[in-house]
Every structure is written in structure tokens, then in C-alpha cells.
Design a protein around this ligand. Sequence first.
Ligand code: ACO
Length: 326
Amino acid sequence: KRSVVLGCGSYLPQKVLTNAELAARVDTSDEWIVQRTGIHQRHIAADGEFTSHLAINAARAALEHAGIDAQAIDLIVLATSTPDNTFPATAVAVQHGLGINHGAAFDLQAVCSGFVFALATADNFLRCGAYKRALVIGAETFSRILDWSDRGTCVLFGDGAGAVVLEAQDLPQGQPGLTSDRGILTTHLRSDGRHKAKLFVDGGPSSTQTVGHLRMEGREVFKHAVGMITDVIVDAFKATGVTADDIDWFVPHQANKRIIDASAHKLHIAPQKVVLTVDLHGNTSAASIPLALSVAVKDGRVKKGDLVLFEAMGGGFTWGSALVRW
Ligand code: ACO
């Protein structure tokens, strides 16, 4: 079996926060932010607008794009580090919001790598035959865990959600699954907890009983990012025999334009194949890949049959790649 992508969709909160508006709050400037990150603006969830609300809107858009009814979904994997509550999983709120009460729904936490981890998890459940159709969602309200007085972090992140619909489809009899067949070709996940103090939230139910704020050693993250990203993409190339030239679209986690450019350069992926939305969305953590993907699908860049490469790296550290024939 193969997990084939039937459709994708996304949702961004209405409110846009520009660099100029941020510069009125903390000691920063549009020039500094753009030069270091490529970010011009980010979206911020309204009061009372939770991660589950963003996720439900993205899921509805993905279902509509896929042309299937919510009742056809029997698995929901929601990647988030900003759940509505400590428990239950935000995924069950999404399940309920979509009017589904069969199958399974759970959250997955791998910070900015969450979407790739969730995609790999759903892919394995579908390929083994446990479920038939999955919603894989990345949804975040990072604005709620930012220290708005810390200019080193508050300028980087935004809120949003994106989703894809996957369906388990049988491969032609006797065919091992070629890279030309549609679907998820390979996924590769990694983590290394030695780096856990370089990017974390300083609170939690078991330690402080508070929600806490995001803390980051930006330079340290930057230092490791490109190497980790390129390593795990090389794993995907080795597993499939695909090369950088075969890639039609590179849809990376949107943390920082400099990290994306350096990774594409190191891998010899042409700049015109890189989908970039960090300028308009900021870093939306687990939501950034499906948000970028939805933009590129909607504007006609990503077409059926294209070879699409995803990668992400984030807190933990965690990192991963996925290669998909769209
Ligand atoms: N505006 C103006 N000045 C700032 C700002 C700001 N928003 N933030 C920091 N500075 C200052 C610092 O205080 C420092 O000043 P000093 O020299 O007087 O002490 C100076 O700028 C340099 O600070 P650095 O942190 O060394 O700046 P750097 O060039 O490393 O850029 C950045 C910081 C953009 C965070 C960079 O390290 C980076 O991109 N790191 C990757 C982090 C990332 O993308 N994290 C996302 C989560 S992980 C992921 O998704 C992959």
C-alpha cells in the first residue's frame, strides 16, 4: 500500500502583525528582522481563537480540496506544541468539531518537525492497513507562548494551521512501489535530546504547573540546522535513488530564509524550486509546511505527479524529511 495525498488546505488568523508594529513594542527594526530572517509579517490568533479552531478550519479546507466528506476520515494526527489544554488532545476537539466519532485522533509533539513526524506516523498506520484515510494537521498558536519582551524570539513566530488528507491505496499487483507512483515515497525522522536546552518552553504541567515561554539559543539552533536538514534529506535520496535534480518542489519548514537558502544551496536544489512563505507567515512551527504547501498548490506550482520534498528541524532537536509524489 501507498499513502496518497488527496488534498491540502490551510488557515491563517485574520490579524496581521507587521515588523513595523513589532518595532513599536520592542527594540527592533524591520531592517534587522528582514535581513536576519526574511520575515516581513506574521498572523496572530484573535482572543478566544484556539489551536483547535485554526486546525478545524484548515482540515475543512483540506477535505474540500480532496473532495471527500469528513465521515470518510478514520485517523487524525495533529502536530502541535500549543494544544488548547494539557489534555485531552487537541485532535479530539478537531475530531468532534468535524462531526467524526469513529476511528482515532491524537496529538503528536515534535515542535517545528511536528508535521513531518505526523505525516510519517499516519503513513505507517495507512500502509499497514490499520486505517484507510487520515487527516494530518499542523496547527499552532505560538503567539501564546512567546515572551513579547524578548526581541530575540518574539519577532520570529506566527500562528496558523495546515492540513493534508491521505488515503491508503493498493499498489498494482506485484509492483514494489516505484518512485513514479503517487504517494509518500519515504520518510526519515531523527531526534537528539542532548540539544533539548537550546530551544524549549520554560514551564509545563509536571515541572512548574505554568504554561511558560519559549526560550532559544538562536545561534546554536542556526549552527546545527543546515547540517541536520541536509543529512536527513540525503537519507531520503539514498532510500529512493532520487536526486536533487529530480525534485520539482522543495517545501521546507519555514523558520528562517537564511537556513532555507543555505540548505537548498548545499543540496544543489535550484532556488526557483524552493517554496518560501516565511516572509508572510513567520515561523508557524508544525503548521509551516502544510501552510507553504497549500500556497504552492493553490497558485498552481505544485501539480499532480510532481516530486515534492519536505524537511523540518526544531526543538529537541528533532528533524526529518519526507519525499512525496504529489
Ligand atoms: N532586533 C534587533 N536586534 C536583535 C534582535 C531583534 N529582533 N534580536 C537580537 N538582536 C541583537 C542581539 O541582542 C545581539 O545584540 P548584541 O550584539 O548587542 O548582543 C545581536 O542582535 C546579535 O544577536 P544574535 O542572536 O547573535 O543574532 P543572530 O545573527 O544569530 O540572529 C537569529 C538571531 C535570527 C535568531 C538567528 O540566530 C537565527 O535565525 N537562528 C535560528 C533560529 C530559528 O530559526 N529558530 C526557529 C525555531 S527552530 C526552527 O524552526 C529551525
